[in-house]
Design a protein around this ligand. Structure first.
Ligand SMILES: [Zn+2]
Length: 575
């Protein structure tokens, strides 16, 4: 598909035109496109004449079907449209929501089924398209997209606009088409890796991500060639609802991973791993989401191990496991199944740590049974033989049988794959890791629980993972006075590490450590990452429901629809 877009920050509108070039296995069938919060203006054929079209009934967040009656020989069709400010993919940010505070910013987030709110298209991960785009924007802003860019060109008759060209000749599902427009600068960190961010962020960001080329080389060593050309990372303003989004050639990332010590860069390993699991081989439906995320978490840990060593990978895996167990206790059984049934649900309703962590544990269990060498061969073959295709859970099962069961008869018989894929909860044979540095923390947790004062704890040299383990460990025994002692000693309320700060603020809020309240309010008013907002609002709801609702009403307009959708439910917000 070929896109033309014009960015209007003032009206919060993208003026769009998309031309779809079509494969028509049944020339008598109409073309049906997904749309949501789009105003369709005109539909024309290649001959420039209008084609009959109609919009179906509103189907909630799924939007409205656009039905176009094509002529029998139509090989392409063009839809002219504009986005409505209520669309879920596009977030318009005011200058004060950016790092510089001087220019507006806009970006899109397509996963799972939000691309239809800025491009009328067949918005399913089972569909793949090549695309190109011309985007017109004010000349003091830079346009970046999840494709190959060729730089700006003048707009005839205008001295304040520029047109930017991007294209991707590799076929991707529509959720992987992404756009960002803002005051962005670029720093190259290797011939094929660069960082984009606002001017005051780009330097520290490039420093933090200095190991990205090493990660890319490690990933290629493990999983086969990187097929996308460039690998760049864009840092968005803090309103971005996710840690990262694996948009091809251009990972979108939250600035909350910029801790100053590279301790949170596993996120980059994760998004990079999606270049194989997810972007190269894509879940055919959102019920197969674990094929994207479980494979990716497994691959992420392998990259972390290759670049930062086994000890760090084990710390991260141990923390993930604890997080999964805590989450499993909160979820409904249907949400804890890998091969999830989403009948009657929006894909986002199935979103949890389960496809990520339980999925990765399944691959680690298979690694335990067949050995790393065979599993690596299996993974490389899976990626290679399904490249630029979509895959289902049953295709995974068949491939496992064909490629691994035959190589190690007996080994896989110990695996109850049916239980792993289709039963709720975590199977008893889910691998556990031990981590010496975390065991050292557990000893200090025990001393603290037994009454040791904060300044008696042996915390010298603790890294991010150790502090996170400590905060997890003391949660059940903390009271306000003891938290105040910890805060006075370690200045946790003032940490610049967003992971530690979010964990600390949730604990402090729940246990009534009042001195942390201003930091909590500042955090909620600045950061839009759902992973942090949900536990923080939940903690505040428990401690002071009225304050939680008042703060949410104040900040809700600054959050992306992805975060709002979850938080509206949590806080009982009715707009
Ligand atoms: Zn992911």
């Amino acid at each position: 598909m070929d896109l033309e877009l014009e960015v209007d920050h003032g009206a919060r509108v993208l003026h769009g035109k998309v031309t779809h070039r079509l494969e028509r296995p049944d020339p008598s069938a109409p073309l049906v496109l997904d749309t949501a919060a789009l105003e369709v203006l005109e539909v024309v054929g290649e001959d420039g004449d209008p084609r009959a079209w109609s919009l179906g009934p509103e189907a909630g967040r799924e939007g409205r079907a656009l039905r176009i009656d094509l002529h029998a020989d139509d090989a392409e069709v063009t839809v002219r449209y504009r986005t409505l400010p209520t669309g879920e993919a596009v977030q318009w940010l005011e200058p004060q929501q950016t790092a510089e505070g001087t220019h507006p910013f806009v970006y899109t987030q397509g996963q799972a089924i939000l691309t239809r709110s800025w491009i009328p298209c067949q918005d399913t991960p089972g569909n793949r398209v090549t695309w190109s785009a011309w985007v017109t924007a004010p000349r003091d802003l830079r346009v970046v997209m999840s494709g190959e860019g060729t730089g700006p060109r003048p707009v005839p008759g205008s001295d304040h606009l520029l047109r930017w060209r991007h294209e991707l000749p590799l076929a991707v599902p529509p959720y992987l088409i992404a756009l960002a427009v803002g005051r962005l600068e670029r720093i190259a960190i290797s011939p094929r890796v660069a960082i984009f961010a606002e001017p005051s962020v780009v330097g520290p960001a490039a420093e933090e991500l200095a190991d990205t080329e090493a990660m890319l080389a490690a990933a290629e060593e493990l999983f086969g060639p990187y097929r996308w050309g460039r690998y760049d990372v864009l840092f968005l303003p803090p309103a971005f609802p996710y840690g990262g989004m694996e948009n091809p050639l251009l990972t979108f990332a939250t600035p909350t991973i910029l801790a100053g010590d590279r301790s949170l860069v596993a996120l980059v390993a994760h998004e990079l791993a999606h270049s194989w699991s997810g972007n190269l081989v894509t879940n055919a439906t959102w019920e197969d989401f674990w094929l994207n995320e479980g494979f990716t978490v497994y691959c992420e840990k392998r990259i972390v191990e290759a670049v930062y060593g086994d000890e760090r990978a084990r710390m991260e895996m141990a923390l993930d496991r604890t997080g999964l167990e805590e989450e499993l206790a909160e979820l409904e059984p249907w949400q804890t199944v890998l091969d999830i049934d989403l009948e009657g649900h929006h894909p986002d309703d199935g979103f949890s740590g389960v496809p990520y962590e339980k999925g990765a544990l399944l691959l680690r269990r298979i690694e335990e049974l067949v050995g790393r060498e065979l599993l690596d061969e299996f993974l490389a073959a899976w990626f290679d033989e399904h490249a630029f295709e979509s895959a289902t859970t049953s295709e995974f099962e068949a491939f496992l049988q064909e490629r691994l069961a035959s190589r190690r008869p007996g080994a896989l018989q110990q695996l109850d794959l049916e239980e792993w894929l289709r039963e709720p909860g975590l199977p008893a044979d889910a691998p556990r890791v031990t981590s010496e540095p975390l065991l050292a923390v557990d000893r200090e947790v025990s001393r603290w629980v037994a009454g040791s004062a904060a300044n008696d704890l042996r915390t010298e040299g603790w890294n991010t993972f150790q502090w996170l383990r400590f905060l997890q460990g003391i949660a059940a025994d903390a009271d306000a006075a003891r938290l105040a002692d910890l805060d006075a000693t370690y200045e946790l309320t003032r940490t610049g590490n967003a992971e530690i700060l979010a964990a600390w603020l949730a604990l402090a809020t729940r246990r009534g450590h009042a001195a942390a309240r201003p930091a909590l309010e500042a955090f909620l008013g600045r950061i839009g990452r759902r992973k942090f907002l949900v536990p923080l609002y939940r903690a505040l709801l428990e401690a002071d429901a009225e304050a939680a609702r008042a703060l949410y009403a104040r900040f809700r307009g600054q959050y992306h629809a992805v975060s709002r959708e979850t938080l509206d439910g949590l806080l009982g917000f009715e707009g």
